[in-house]
Ligand binder design. Sequence first.
Ligand SMILES: [Zn+2]
Length: 224
Amino acid sequence: MKTIMIDPGHGGSDPGATYKGNEEKNFNLLTALVVRDYLVSNYNVKVLMTRTGDQTLSLSDRCNLANRSNLDFYLSIHHNAGGGTGFESYVYNGSVPTQTLSYQKIIHEEVITAIKPFKVTDRGKKRANFHVLRETKMPSMLVEVLFVDNSKDVALLIDLKFRQAVGFSLAKGVAKALSLPAKESGKKPLFKVIAGSFTERKNAEDRVKELKAASFESFIEREC
Ligand SMILES: [Zn+2]
């Protein structure tokens, strides 16, 4: 089973970007929990979190945790600030594991498609020298969902429907990128009784006769 770590950026004494009482760390955690819950409900995957509450964690704490957890993917979730609007994703701007760029493409496109109805700007697939991208050894990606200092973006961030659209699409994108097996929903297993396999049809017919004589319904199925 594949293992993924979701990292809600900042937390505890580090609120991240703040604007008019909106703290980035809270939006990061809310979105991360939606991603985790969607993944564990719909796919066979192990999901680890760097934090599930308002804990303080340094950037190296996060990377150390990731690097000793035998991960297939690390996803850091942030929200932006500084006078812009829209969604962007990042991978490291140095050398990266081979799958990283294709993972970014798949996940980025999944999110953009899902949030298009909310008229969110696509700021693009980017590369940067971010600590958690540089120091994690497995494919890793960081998303900046929307801007906490933009009133139009904040209106979306406080809307559960929007947070679910982002969270579900991040989860679906991760699942698609890593080919996570979907959980079978409500499908019951089927148990078959086999009473013999033969290379000669004659021997199979004899077995059917024996079974019929003992009142067991049976039939021959040809397998090539
Ligand atoms: Zn941040």
